[in-house]
Design a protein around this ligand. Structure first.
Ligand code: IPE
Ligand code: IPE
Ligand code: MG
Length: 235
């Protein structure tokens, strides 16, 4: 059985899961963050090399102030825990998204997390926070345009590979498998460039209840698919 090299996850359904238990949405986020630590370790033990998770979208600022504040508090403590986990589990962490809208102390902790884990050789773990694919592409286009104006690049020399290096995911291979939990079947502005040839897997299981067995099911399904990349399978 082939283990996908890179799995991207849209961890969805924290709020609905909490509601089904008669609890506030924020409780779902707390349990969701705990589950992320568990799944991260499971994924690595299963042989996955890259894991990219969606923690907060550029659209999520539209939620109530109470929920946004609670999420930011959670990211603060999650980031601190992650610094330890990255050290103990040899994880290399990258941050995708635009950190400039986050509180200065959270930006600092994220920087510390990336910096302190940059030489680790185990799981490559990407966290997308204040991330939107359109925003990422626009930021990349601006950088390309600046480099052209500065004479560092010529427009003719911009290829798909060159452009990829301007994205937040520079150096990270494209995902083989995308998993979205909790029933919705949409991208919600996630990795639109990078997912061009990725296999999609949707499950009804809400994120806080998602287990290693559910991850295995997604991988089994991935293995039953025929990836063609526009070609025709040889007989
Ligand atoms: C995913 O769970 C976490 C974030 C988007 C931050 P949701 O908060 O979207 O939960 P539902 O989809 O409302 O159940
Ligand atoms: C996408 O989930 C963003 C994250 C999981 C962080 P949402 O729950 O915000 O997406 P929509 O609003 O249902 O599309
Ligand atoms: Mg949701």
């Amino acid at each position: 059985m082939a283990i996908p090299q890179h799995i991207a996850i849209i961890l969805d359904g924290n709020g609905r899961w909490a509601k089904s238990k008669g609890m506030p949405r924020n409780y779902g986020h707390v349990r969701g963050a705990k589950n992320l630590e568990v799944i991260c370790e499971d994924a690595y033990n299963m042989g996955i090399k890259y894991l990219t998770v969606y923690l907060f979208s550029t659209e999520n600022w539209k939620r109530s102030k109470d929920e946004v504040d609670a999420l930011m508090r959670l990211f603060r403590s999650y980031t601190k825990t992650c610094i330890r986990t990255a050290r103990d589990n040899n994880m290399k962490v990258r941050v995708l998204g635009d950190p400039s809208a986050l509180a200065p102390d959270l930006q600092e902790s994220l920087k510390k997390l990336v910096e302190s884990s940059k030489d680790n050789t185990g799981l490559n773990f990407q966290i997308a926070i204040n991330y939107g694919s359109r925003d990422e592409i626009v930021r990349a286009v601006r950088k390309v345009a600046e480099d052209c104006l500065d004479g560092k690049r010529s427009p003719e020399a911009i290829t798909e590979d060159v452009f990829s290096d301007y994205l937040d995911t520079a150096g990270v291979p494209d995902p083989d498998l995308l998993i979205r939990t909790s029933g919705e079947q949409r991208l919600s502005n996630y990795l639109m460039w990078q997912l061009a040839y990725t296999e999609f897997y949707f499950t009804e299981v809400p994120w806080p209840a998602f287990t290693k067995e559910d991850l295995q099911k997604a991988i089994d399904k991935y293995n039953s698919r025929e990836r063609r990349y526009g070609g025709v399978k040889e007989e």
